[in-house]
Design a protein around this ligand. Structure first.
Ligand code: GTP
Ligand code: MG
Length: 203
């Protein structure tokens, strides 16, 4: 898919205030600092559109971006990360409510991209989140991030280990992509996936 344009639309504290519900939408979620905002920027080739930071907890609201507004538009959504150690309990409760409400009620959400840092062993918090998505019948794919930080062999090895973990919980192993916001690996595959999904809903 060709990206003609992409722009920030709005930040919200509730799914109720999110923009146009007729536009296909894809949400990015995962641990704090996993690379959600960076991946969004890489996908549309627009550095600085979504705010990134080496300090975890940068994204705190539901952020909507509109892609290709004149022709078959779609939304990218940058969500606050989970598992941020310094978050207070009150913030955690707020985060859960914000995210759960959004994910469970947003009608045009076609797929959730769950980002996983390729460098680490499977983490309980991610596996539990995937399970929650499954229980709530939400469509999702796994997006491994920061693959530039490992050799190709290590990347393959880590993906294999992750899939073995998933096999324990899932009848069918969820679809996954290996990406890097640093060298743009996997962007074409993700855009193709989005293009295919965009065509599945009648305009
Ligand atoms: P929060 O909004 O805080 O939850 O973080 P986030 O998941 O949006 O992560 P963000 O995109 O801000 O990236 C966090 C850090 O990881 C930044 O320092 C990025 O430059 C770095 N980073 C993100 N993606 C990649 C990648 O593919 N490769 C490398 N080497 N670094 C990356
Ligand atoms: Mg972010």
């Amino acid at each position: 898919m060709i990206i003609h344009n992409a722009e920030f639309i709005c930040s919200n504290t509730s799914y109720l205030k999110c923009p146009d519900e007729r536009i296909p939408e894809y949400a990015f979620i995962g641990r704090s600092n996993v690379g959600k905002s960076s991946l969004i920027n890489s996908l549309v080739n627009k550095k600085g559109m979504a705010k990134t930071s080496s300090t975890p907890g940068k994204t705190q609201l539901i952020n909507h971006f509109l892609v290709n507004k004149e022709f078959n538009p779609w939304h990218l959504v940058d969500l606050p990360g989970y598992g941020y150690a310094k978050t207070s309990k009150t913030n955690l409760v707020k985060w859960e409510k914000l995210i759960n409400d959004y994910l469970l009620n947003r009608k045009n959400l076609l797929c959730v991209f769950v980002l996983i840092d390729i460098r680490h062993e499977p983490q309980k918090i991610d596996l539990e989140f995937l399970e929650w998505l499954g229980e709530n019948a939400l469509s999702f794919v796994i997006v491994f991030t920061k693959s530039d930080k490992l050799t190709k062999n290590k990347v393959n090895q880590h993906v294999k280990v992750y899939k073995e973990y998933l096999q324990k919980d899932w009848e069918e192993i969820p679809q996954s992509f290996v990406t890097s916001a640093e060298n743009n690996l996997g962007m074409e595959e993700l855009l193709n996936f989005i293009e295919t999904n965009n065509q599945l809903i009648p305009s």
